[in-house]
Design a protein around this ligand. Structure first.
Ligand code: SDX
Length: 432
């Protein structure tokens, strides 16, 4: 936090010097506090993709990109995926500590008894074409939730914030499963209170009224892990979108919908769907060298989807957990020698042996293996980013809650470097 350390900024033109305070965090790089810079110097900082900008203080998640470390409230992602459940991680992110048994049971009860959506919401789906991308559906129906819950839109009331958080975490799997069923033309499957979060989600996605559906414990555990791995990731593009939307005091349902919209992009959460398309385009192990060269060719727009990361300059720890889960899930499903997995493994090996990728520290990220598991589970590729959103909703809600609870909450309003025309006189149309 506050330190007596400073940076001195010198204007070489005028010789003026400005002292900028340094703030220390618990882990990771310290920051130079530039909040007074414009007022004292008349200058803005310039950092268009926020590569060197800390947009907020946060206690939720810490990433060490060089070491490939991801922690939630001080617990490593490896320990959490090994020992925790997704709802336990959700509680940790929301409340700050792992719950004791009583706290967990109470939290799980709240979530379980909020999984139903209003029957009117079923009608929202009818307006979409059956071949609408499920992310388009999710953007719409999640924002529409705010029209059903006028009793929990006061963001300044802690109780209403808590109810909205529970509603969003509880209903996002129900809506995601509905989007999946709607695309298939199958009837919606209602949530069941006797199933845990991951089991319930798989049941709503894959059960049909015509016969009982048995949720495989191995697949439910794998799904729970996948949700943990996607829960939160510091100030990524979609989380920053949620924070900026929330800073205007928009309701939490609208803010989460804005996060879904941002996550959809292939450079972000849409990458898991793009990875499968890439592996299919490569088609066979012997074409990998050709595609490695394409990925390195500046004149070729082809990129290795699922590779590289703005923060990780080491192996994304989530990719390691997912790579290990691949075997477990494929064995459980009796999917022998999934060709796309063989290509993915060879592609990873080839890329990590190539200087281009090594020099640029381009390693597999969370999206590289997730799609293979989800495909094996029976999800269509269009649903992959929706599943990412199901996990990330916990992080978006926790980050939104943390921001609203900051006593210094102000609307986010970046400035710019104006490069348009200087003032000029209006020219009537007959003179142009
Ligand atoms: C997620 O931020 C988060 O935390 C996101 C996320 C989360 O949990 O929220 O982790 C989830 O979004 C993971 C990332 C998923 N996206 C992809 O897998 C898409 C493929 N990756 C790239 O688009 C890219 O790596 C980004 C977008 C992820 C990162 O882009 P950066 O940090 O802006 O990197 P860059 O474009 O500056 O690249 C640096 C160099 C460039 O070459 P040079 O100009 O130095 O010669 O690396 C090259 C790039 O051309 N490069 C790649 C590459 N990614 C970067 N070359 C080939 N294939 C790639 N995938």
């Amino acid at each position: 936090m506050k330190t007596d350390k400073t940076f001195t900024l010198r204007n070489d033109e005028t010789g003026e010097e400005f002292k900028l305070p340094v703030l220390d965090g618990i882990e990771g790089p310290s920051v130079i506090d530039v909040r007074k810079l414009y007022g004292e110097t008349g200058y803005f900082t310039f950092d268009p993709s926020y590569t060197s900008t800390a947009s907020c203080k946060s206690r939720l998640t810490f990433i060490d990109g060089d070491e490939g470390v991801l922690m939630h409230r001080g617990y490593t992602i490896e320990e959490l995926t090994e020992n925790s459940t997704f709802l336990e991680v959700a509680y940790l992110l929301l409340e700050g500590d792992l719950p004791n048994k009583k706290q967990y049971d109470e939290f799980e009860h709240h979530i379980t008894y909020h999984t139903l959506v209003h029957e009117q919401l079923h009608k929202f789906f009818q307006g979409f074409r059956r071949d609408a991308h499920p992310m388009a559906v999710m953007c719409g129906v999640v924002a529409a939730l705010s029209s059903f819950y006028h009793d929990s839109l006061d963001i300044w009331d802690p109780k209403q914030r808590e109810i909205s958080a529970h509603r969003l975490i509880a209903k996002i799997p129900t809506l995601a499963a509905m989007a999946h069923k709607y695309a298939l033309g199958q009837p919606f499957v209602y949530p069941r209170n006797d199933l845990n979060y991951a089991e319930n989600f798989l049941h709503m996605c894959f059960a049909v009224p015509a016969e009982p559906y048995h949720v495989s414990p191995v697949l439910a555990r794998a799904m729970d892990k996948i949700l943990i791995l996607h829960a939160d990731h510091e100030q990524n593009a979609s989380t920053s979108t949620v924070r900026l939307a929330g800073s205007s005091q928009a309701n939490p349902f609208a803010c989460i919908s804005s996060g879904i919209t941002s996550l959809w992009g292939p450079a972000h959460g849409g990458a898991n769907q793009a990875v499968l398309a890439m592996l299919r385009e490569i088609g066979s192990v012997d074409r990998i060298p050709e595609f490695i060269e394409k990925a390195k060719d500046k004149d070729d727009p082809f990129r290795l989807m699922g590779f590289g990361h703005r923060v990780y300059k080491n192996y994304d720890p989530r990719a390691g957990v997912l790579k290990a889960s691949c075997d477990e899930v494929l064995d459980e499903l009796g999917v022998e020698n999934e060709p796309l997995l063989a290509i993915a493994r060879e592609l990873e090996k080839a890329a990590l042996a190539d200087d281009y990728f090594v020099e640029r520290k381009l390693f597999p990220n969370v999206d590289f293996y997730s799609g293979i598991i989800l495909k094996a589970m029976g999800f269509p590729e269009e649903m992959f980013t929706v599943l990412f959103a199901v996990g990330r909703t916990v992080g978006w809600v926790a980050q939104w809650k943390e921001m609203i609870e900051e006593p210094t909450l102000r609307i986010g309003r970046p400035r710019q470097l104006y490069t348009g025309p200087a003032k000029r006189d209006y020219v009537p149309i007959d003179k142009r």
